[in-house]
Design a protein around this ligand. Structure first.
Ligand code: PLP
Length: 491
């Protein structure tokens, strides 16, 4: 029985004015705004031209006391935010690695926000968990990764926010497994050591540090003339550590280095890791996407059947928005052992039954977004053949660009082209190459980045944008040669 004189609850908060009708009306306008932005992007300079502090100086310094209409917000987007962007979806964006995006994925993000679920445990939204498991099983099949990563066995896939997080969780799993297998040393984390090539991404050192091994525990193994890990040097470093009483715990192999897209000899690295009982993680952050094409797959998945974990970013070269890193494990138990926390308020019968996955146990944060929607929608609404066509196009256009570089005596390829990545420079040296980069990017039609490759400064052209067409790669070559011609005249 309710208390007879219970007071009525206070009136609702002010955002009740944002009701379903207003959401529908303004939501349509926002979708239109996005469509206009994407379809007119090519006319904008790729890189933002604003000076430091300009964006902030243009916006209100304090939060508004009273509501402002969508028009006011969109006006600021047009006037301040867009000019303050470097347009990663611009068809002339070739810098770093691409940041995948695409219609189905953007809609998936919208739906995820609209549903607003928090999928930390199976029980907190069964569909959020089960769709993720399914999407990662689909993706494993699409990439031709081994059966041992399927969710039907002791392993399975999970979506992390980034390759850095994927690697960190793999180091945690490695640490748990090694310590569990060596009970006498369970508290001796200070003896654990990790290995990656000197060309591996900086996230390896970061992850090894955060996981408690300490950054100094990472051995940066020399690379060969190609820029791939020197396996003899790895073997020697591991043997030396064992002699000194240290415990090889974790090896990261890179499939597609950040600078030049070089692929480490994963099968040989796997043999060394196995010899010492160390965990093998494969970081294929960018290049992994190319495995959707059977003819490109071989070197990308080579050695995967001996890896303990394997990860890549659909949010780089597949048309799936940040954030979406796909990580597969051959055995999920050490990961869960390292990361599961079940305070009383999270306990539930489904978890206790052991029949469900609680993805909070596979990652650092507790809460998790419904990221699987955008991946699943991309696969469904584009279809796998379209994904292959895109990758094939990008690789062919990069080969065309590399051929132009070869045929112009002013330029040199500074590494063999890798998939859709071309590293090149001016024969006259690093200073001239740096000046060329500055010129090309200032012209605004295309944007390139740079990296040190084989001790030289290289310009990097990474083809992979969702909106990039063959003409944009042709334009990139025209821009590079125009800037080089101008430099010759000035010189
Ligand atoms: N690994 C490699 C080979 C990369 O190239 C990158 C970034 O480009 C990363 C890891 C880090 O990726 P994320 O930003 O997803 O952490």
């Amino acid at each position: 029985m309710p208390a007879p004189d219970a007071p009525a609850p206070p009136p609702g908060p002010g955002d009740a004015a944002f009701d379903a009708e207003r959401f529908r009306r303004e939501g349509r306008r926002v979708v239109d705004w996005i469509a206009d932005y994407l379809s007119t992007l090519a006319a904008r300079p790729v890189q933002s031209q604003v000076a430091p502090g300009w964006v902030r100086s243009q916006l209100a310094a304090h939060p508004p006391e009273n509501p402002e209409p969508l028009d006011a917000v969109l006006a600021d987007l047009d006037r301040v935010i867009v000019p303050g962007l470097t347009h990663w979806q611009h068809p002339g964006f070739f810098a770093f690695f691409p940041a995948g995006s695409g219609g189905p994925s953007i809609l998936g993000e919208l739906l995820a926000a609209g549903l607003g679920v928090q999928g930390m445990l199976w029980i907190t939204s069964p569909a959020c968990t089960e769709l993720e498991t399914l999407a990662l099983d689909w993706l494993r099949e699409l990439l031709g990764l081994p059966e041992r990563f399927a969710s039907t066995g002791p392993g399975g896939g999970v979506i992390q926010d980034s390759a850095s997080s994927g690697l960190l969780t793999a180091v945690v799993a490695a640490r748990e497994r090694v310590l569990a297998e060596a009970p006498a040393r369970t508290t001796d984390i200070g003896r654990l050591v990790a290995y990656a090539s000197a060309a591996a991404h900086s996230s390896v050192e970061k992850g090894v540090g955060i996981a408690g091994l300490g950054r100094a525990a990472l051995r940066k193994i020399a690379v060969d003339a190609r820029g791939a890990m020197d396996v003899a040097a790895l073997a020697a470093a591991m043997a030396e550590d064992v002699r000194a009483g240290r415990i090889p715990c974790f090896v990261a192999a890179t499939v597609g280095t950040t600078a030049a897209g070089v692929i480490d000899p994963v099968p040989a690295i796997a043999a060394e890791a196995r010899r010492h009982g160390a965990w093998l993680h494969v970081d294929a952050a960018w290049a992994g996407a190319a495995a959707v094409c059977p003819e490109l797959r071989g070197p990308i998945v080579a050695g995967a059947e001996a890896a303990d974990s394997w990860g890549f970013n659909p949010h780089k070269w597949l048309p799936v928005n940040l954030d979406c890193h796909a990580l597969w494990l051959a055995d999920r138990r050490p990961l869960i052992h390292g990361l599961s926390m079940k305070p009383d308020y999270l306990r539930n019968a489904a978890t206790e039954s052991g029949a469900v996955i609680d993805y909070a146990d596979w990652q650092v944060p507790l809460g998790r977004r419904f990221r699987a929607l955008k991946l699943w929608m991309t696969l469904r609404m584009l279809g796998t053949e379209a994904l292959r066509d895109r990758i094939r196009g990008h690789v062919a256009w990069a080969a065309w660009f590399a051929e132009r570089v070869r045929s112009d005596s002013r330029f040199a390829l500074l590494a063999p082209p890798s998939l859709s990545l071309v590293c090149f420079g001016l024969e006259t040296g690093d200073e001239a190459t740096a000046a060329l980069l500055e010129q090309v990017n200032r012209r605004g039609r295309v944007c390139l980045s740079s990296a040190t490759v084989g001790g030289r400064l290289a310009l990097r052209l990474a083809v992979g944008g969702t909106l990039t067409r063959r003409e944009d790669v042709e334009a990139a070559w025209a821009e590079v040669t125009a800037a080089a011609n101008a430099a010759t005249h000035d010189g």
